[in-house]
Design a protein around this ligand. Structure first.
Ligand SMILES: *Cc1c(COP(=O)(O)O)cnc(C)c1O
Length: 425
């Protein structure tokens, strides 16, 4: 499955880092200190990405311009606030493989999911179901259930769940396609994640989009764990919309802004219902303050409000790094890092840990979800003492995600050495 020859030694990990063209991006980030004062082994970038060093400067500039210029900062700032979000558009488009017109940074993920469903979940008597994963992130489950209720339906009727086969932890593409073939005519919207937050499984987005469109369904993806992690090609893949947050792999900071993709085919679709706000209005006439909404073409036309500049500034520091590194190179590095993590985990004492994420690199991103034998509290304590930060989900899952921008092979090695110390007592 992988062409790399890995070795279970610290010197090998150090050699991999020394030979790595992307290793220097690590220096662009601030690592929380461990109890010993050393930088932590930070494997929780799938939950909250680290702070790019430049984020402080970018926010500082906007604080200064606000102090210096007041309202004039909208047009006379070093980076005028009126079009500030446009500073991120091209980089974000490259991260998700879209055309610039297809993306916009705005709001937060769950809000955007609702806004997209206003436009793309249009149930009729015959076609009214929403297809999601049984184990979808809770907010996504609440969002689709409440949309069904909003349209006067019972979510237990309208929301259709994809379940893994008995005894299996993850979904099979063939089963998803089979469900679409069998029930496609009842399904109004297919709404799947690109990497499941709990299992780490990623889906074949292109095959699912093709099959769903062939049945006449609309397709939306939640890329919360995919953006900045997978190599996405949203334009070519062709879903109708996608949404993501930017505080996970995209390092935009706590509560950072979300992103939205609306496929080019909907760029000028006045017949699509949407919730309207002045920031989605034609830029040339916005300040004439007329009573009639004239939507901007493309994803920008879904904007409601003028956006929070400090959050955009923080995110700009990160997306610039993605642009320098390129998603293609980052994804290749990510597969090596996660492959190394898998290789080392497989050498731990028999029965100590089970990897529930698919073994096939094409069906996962950076994250491996791990189930451990024994009491997780003690293990978490041990990891904390050793300066390893990863995250725990009830009842017994540890998620470890070496991220391609800032984790090293040595990080991965240190994490597994800590586990080994625990396994051997
Ligand atoms: C992280 C995550 C969310 C969080 O939603 P917010 O609106 O950003 O708080 C929602 N859905 C998925 C799949 C996630 O992974």
């Amino acid at each position: 499955m992988t062409s790399h020859r890995y070795e279970n030694t610290e010197s090998f990990a150090r050699r991999m880092d020394a030979e790595d063209a992307l290793a220097s991006f690590r220096d662009e980030f601030l690592f929380p200190p461990s109890p010993s004062g050393e930088p932590s082994v930070y494997l929780a970038g799938n939950s909250l990405g680290l702070q790019p060093k430049r984020a402080r400067q970018y926010i500082q500039e906007e604080l200064e311009d606000w102090a210096r210029l007041g309202v004039e900062g909208h047009v006379h700032g070093r980076h005028p606030w009126l079009p500030y979000h446009e500073l991120l558009t091209e980089q974000v488009a490259r991260i998700v493989g879209a055309q610039p017109q297809e993306v916009v940074v705005m709001n937060t993920l769950s809000v955007n999911l609702h806004l997209m469903m206003v436009s793309f979940y249009r149930p009729t008597r015959e076609r009214y179901k929403i297809l999601i994963e049984a184990g979808a992130f809770p907010s996504d489950q609440y969002a689709v259930a409440s949309q069904a209720r909003f349209h006067g339906m019972d979510p237990t009727q309208a929301v259709m769940l994809l379940q893994p086969r008995d005894g299996e932890a993850t979904l099979r593409t063939e089963d998803i396609l089979e469900t679409l073939a069998r029930h496609g005519k009842e399904i109004a919207l297919v709404m799947l994640g690109s990497v499941n937050y709990l299992t780490g499984q990623s889906f074949d987005l292109a095959a699912i989009t093709r099959a769903a469109h062939a049945q006449g369904c609309q397709v939306g993806f939640d890329l919360a764990h995919g953006a900045g992690n997978l190599k996405l090609a949203l334009h070519d893949t062709g879903p109708d919309f996608a949404v993501w947050c930017s505080y996970k792999y995209l390092n935009g900071g706590p509560g950072s802004l979300g992103g939205v993709f609306v496929h080019e085919r909907h760029a000028r679709s006045p017949q699509l219902p949407r919730f309207e706000g002045w920031w989605g209005h034609n830029k040339a006439t916005r300040f004439q303050m007329g009573p009639t909404f004239d939507p901007l073409p493309g994803a920008e036309g879904w904007q409601l409000s003028n956006p929070p500049i400090f959050q955009l500034a923080a995110l700009r520091a990160s997306v610039e790094l993605f642009d320098r590194a390129t998603m293609a190179a980052l994804h290749a590095r990510s597969q090596k890092l996660t492959g190394y993590l898998e290789f080392l985990l497989d050498q731990l004492p028999e029965g100590f840990v089970r990897i529930t994420t698919p073994r096939d690199p094409a069906q996962r991103g950076a994250q491996l979800s791990l189930r451990f034998r024994g009491e997780p509290k003690q293990l978490l304590q041990r990891l904390g003492d050793a300066g390893v930060i990863c995250d725990f989900r009830e009842p017994d899952i540890i998620r470890a995600a070496p991220t391609a921008l800032y984790n090293s092979f040595l990080d991965v090695h240190r994490f597994v050495k800590t586990l080994e110390g625990h396994a051997r007592g």
